[in-house]
Design a protein. Sequence first.
Length: 242
Amino acid sequence: MFVDDHHFLAEVLASRLDGMNHDTTVIDVEQDILAQIQAHGSEGLVVLDLQLGENNPAGEEFIEPLLGLGFHVLVLSGVTDNHAFARCLELGAVGVLEKTADFQSLISLIDGCLKGESVPPGGSERARMARELDEYRRLLAQSRRPFEALSPKEQLVLERIMTGNSAAEISAEMFVSLATVRTQIKSVTRKLNVTSQLQAVALAHHVGWQPDASAHGSKPEPESPPRLRQSNANNRSPRVRR
């Protein structure tokens, strides 16, 4: 079975494999993908793309459910991110192929996979990809560490900045003074060791940061209004001029 939003490519590959005595199906990615696959049985090979259009999750999110249904998964994608491929192998994919390979090579490799033959990458390449993924995760965790120092309110402020809100808009939404928001923004940039809001946002996007669930646990309380000054130190009632 082919799961790919590039319908034409999937149809051409399926047609060619049908001519080699394989029974193939092209799944409609606009419909329930897993339900369609289940309807065709509980075993076989699913050739899976990693980008299935805006209305679907990333392809790698289907790997574990498909394995649970008894299918083997071969990734065939235009994605050239080795970390993404390494994650797919880690999840249990039998192999990963790039769409940039020539057509006949793809047909031969998929045909071999259907016959139980191994597909790229080889053992040493898989080990290298796994090591690189581990190192990437280590560096990513290290780069996210400064965000752990942000208080829940600072996390909310940063999240609002990331969505394009101005300090004034954040002030109105969170029921706090503009001065308070600006103080929190300064605290965020200091803790992240950057010099501007733009750098803070860029860093957050780069490391894939999201605020903790606890940051949304309670609605920010409005700041207490300033106390009115008493007319005198003894809090006596003002004199009425006669």
